[in-house]
Design a protein around this ligand. Structure first.
Ligand code: FES
Ligand code: FE2
Length: 368
């Protein structure tokens, strides 16, 4: 193979592999929690099957490089970091952490013509927000994506609030994780508990949905009357409670609850790590003075564990490639998700603007 042919073949392999994996590139994904990077310590993570090296420079700027030396491919995470440059453990090539540009190749003599500054390791735009290190997974890797949008931010509605983070891994493809997240019909079966609801409280519901850019919204409504926490909130403020839930590509569910001056805001993301592994990152903030973080975490963890256990069991079944069904209306949000994803990929392929699968507000009915 000629020197020049190699990168091309490599990138064709990469894009074929990732197309088949069903990942959405050119979006922000949370790689890890901010607190997992301390001082000059390097951290590693994986997003969309790309191994990443993460750190923070002495100036406090988080960075994300592909965890692979462009010389012989050894993970750069075995190397050293001095707060500014990452040094490979194999032959000591050094890279600027923020640009991934090579700054030194120790073996070169004064006779060598190789332009060190033309050598780059892979790197990705990186931002810290809401306690996470976000990485913009640009498919073109080091050819730093232009027009990178701002990283997602959890909406908050007062100066003072509590905030907490939860996470859990699911042994599933990201699509299964996402349709699990937006599935209205599993609640009474998977999340049975005295404080929330039981299978006996199942009743018919109807909710209005509307299209939003790259996603859909469950229009502002009064939440389910069979949930104790909402009842409590209403009693506290005397004001009506409204909930709005948005789903936006590639993987984000936002929920906002307001009652008078009190609010609760949460965001769940389902992030593809590998094609057989994804992770839910859940962050919630609120100014409900009567809700201590510790109490919220107990319930939140229980919820996530229930979902996790279900997904572990489902993965057992999915190993045997069964035929699956999506039914109306309870699985309609899942259908919209798949259509949004397909339409986005199609619009990127053709350059035409993206078709939205909904042509206006829709009312869905189901029992849960
Ligand atoms: S493999 Fe990294 S410097 Fe050679
Ligand atoms: Fe659930």
């Amino acid at each position: 193979m000629s020197e020049a042919a190699r990168p091309t073949l490599q990138s064709q392999d990469d894009s074929a592999r990732s197309a088949e994996a069903g990942f959405l590139w050119d979006f922000w994904y949370p790689a890890l929690r901010s607190r997992e990077i301390r001082g000059n310590k390097l951290a590693t993570a994986m997003l969309l099957e790309v191994p990443l090296l993460l750190g923070r420079t002495t100036d406090g700027k988080a960075f994300a490089m592909r965890d692979s030396c462009p010389h012989r491919g050894i993970p750069l995470s075995y190397g050293r970091f001095d707060g500014k440059t990452v040094e490979c453990s194999y032959h000591g090539w050094r890279f600027d952490a923020c640009t991934a540009q090579c700054v030194e190749i120790p073996s070169l003599t004064s006779q060598d013509k190789l332009k060190v500054d033309r050598v780059f390791a892979g790197h990705y735009p990186c931002e810290e927000r809401d306690g996470y290190v976000w990485v913009y997974m640009s498919q073109r890797g080091r050819a730093m994506a232009e027009n990178v949008p701002a990283a997602p931010k959890l909406p908050v509605f007062s100066e003072k609030y509590k905030i907490t983070h939860l996470a859990c891994e699911l042994p599933s493809h990201v699509d299964q994780g996402i349709i699990g997240l937006m599935d209205p019909a599993h609640g009474p079966f998977v999340h049975q508990s005295w404080f929330w609801r039981s299978r006996h409280s199942i009743h018919e519901k109807q909710k209005q949905f509307e299209p939003i850019p790259n996603g859909f919204r469950m229009s502002p409504h009064s939440p389910s009357s069979n949930s104790a926490p909402y009842q409590l909130l209403k009693k506290m403020t005397g004001a009506p409670v409204t909930t709005t839930i948005d789903f936006v590509l590639p993987n984000i569910r936002f929920e906002e609850i307001h009652s008078g001056k009190l609010w609760f805001s949460s965001r769940a993301t389902v992030t593809p790590v590998r094609r057989d592994l994804c992770r839910i990152d859940f962050v919630a903030a609120w100014n409900l003075f009567f809700l201590p973080t510790s109490v919220f975490r107990i319930f939140g963890e229980k919820f996530l564990k229930q979902d996790q256990q279900t997904m572990v069991q489902q993965a057992e079944g999915l190993k045997h490639s069964p035929n699956l069904m999506l039914i109306d209306d309870a699985d309609r949000p899942a259908k919209w998700y798949f259509a949004l994803k397909a339409n986005l990929l199609e619009s990127r392929r053709t350059g035409a603007s993206m078709q939205h699968p909904m042509d206006g507000p829709v009312t869905l009915r189901w029992k849960s």
